[in-house]
Design a protein around this ligand. Structure first.
Ligand code: GLN
Length: 245
C-alpha cells in the first residue's frame, strides 16, 4: 500500500522553503520502508479525498494567496470529506490563513478562505518577523516547536478553536506573543516556517502516523536517528532565545 502525500498548489504556496515539509514526510516514510508517492495538486485540478492520506499547504505572498484562493475554496467539500475521514492537514502561514473564513491583506483585499476552521486573519500595519519557540502538547506529551515566522496577518481564532501552542518566543497568531497556530483534530495550522518539519521531527512523525492510520498501515513508526534534526532544533531554539524580542 502506498502512502499518498498531496501538496496543494506548491508552485504558488511554498514560500520560505515550505516544500521542505513534503520532502521530510516523504523521506521519513521511506526510511521506514513505507511506499510513498507525492501528487501535487495544481490550479484547475480537483482533490480526490479517496486518493489522499495527508495534505500540505505552504505559505505565500498576499498575491499568491489571492491567486490560489478561488481554486482552494472550490476544494472545500473535498477537504471537509478528507478531514472527516481522518486525513491530516498541515497548513503553514498563507495556507493556514486560507483554512479560515478570510484573509484581508494590507491593501484591504478580502481574500475568501475555505472556512474549514473558525477564524479570520487580517493584515496588521507591520510584519511579524523572527525566530519562534512555541510550547505545544500532543497526546499528553509536551513539545517545543521551533522555526521562523514572517507574516503581516493577525489571526483571531474562533471561541471553540484551540491554538497549536503557547508562544515562548515570537509574535504568534496576532503578534502579542500569546497563542500560535491552530489544532483542530488532525488539522494543524501554523505560522512557523523553516521549513517546519526538518527541525520538528516529532511533528513530522505525528502527521505520518495519522496518515498511515488513514491508509490502513501500521502507526508504529520505527525510531530514526534524529541527531541532526534535534541539533538543528536546539540551535534554532538557542538562536530565538538569544534574540528574545
Ligand atoms: N501573505 C500572508 C501574510 O503576510 C502570509 C505570508 C506567508 O505565507 N509567509 O500574513
Amino acid at each position: 500500500m502506498t502512502l499518498r502525500i498531496v501538496p496543494l498548489y506548491p508552485e504558488l504556496l511554498s514560500i520560505y522553503a515550505d516544500r521542505g515539509n513534503v520532502r521530510v514526510l516523504q523521506q521519513r516514510a521511506r526510511w521506514r520502508g513505507i511506499s510513498v508517492e507525492v501528487t501535487p495538486l495544481a490550479l484547475g485540478e480537483a482533490l480526490d479525498p479517496a486518493q489522499t492520506d495527508v495534505v500540505l499547504i505552504g505559505g505565500g505572498q498576499d498575491r499568491d494567496q489571492a491567486l490560489v484562493a478561488e481554486a482552494l475554496v472550490a476544494q472545500t467539500p473535498a477537504l471537509r470529506s478528507a478531514i472527516a475521514d481522518g486525513v491530516p492537514i498541515l497548513a503553514v502561514c498563507g495556507g493556514y490563513q486560507l483554512l479560515g473564513h478570510r484573509y484581508v491583506d494590507q491593501s484591504g483585499r478580502d481574500t475568501p478562505g475555505t472556512g474549514l476552521i473558525d477564524f479570520e486573519s487580517h493584515a496588521g500595519p507591520t510584519r511579524i518577523v523572527g525566530n519562534v519557540v512555541v510550547e505545544t502538547e500532543f497526546d499528553g506529551t509536551r513539545h517545543e516547536l521551533v522555526g521562523f515566522e514572517n507574516h503581516a496577518g493577525r489571526t483571531l481564532l474562533g471561541p471553540t478553536v484551540a491554538p497549536l501552542g503557547r508562544v515562548i518566543i515570537g509574535g504568534g497568531n496576532d503578534g502579542t506573543g500569546t497563542t500560535e497556530g491552530c489544532l483542530d483534530g488532525r488539522v494543524v495550522g501554523t505560522y512557523v516556517h523553516g521549513p517546519l518539519l526538518p527541525k520538528n521531527p516529532w511533528l513530522a512523525d505525528q502527521l505520518l502516523a495519522w496518515a498511515c492510520e488513514h491508509r490502513g498501515l501500521s502507526t508504529t513508526l520505527a525510531p530514526l536517528d534524529d541527531q541532526l534534526e534535534c541539533a538543528a532544533a536546539l540551535a534554532a531554539s538557542a538562536l530565538a532565545r538569544s534574540e528574545r524580542r
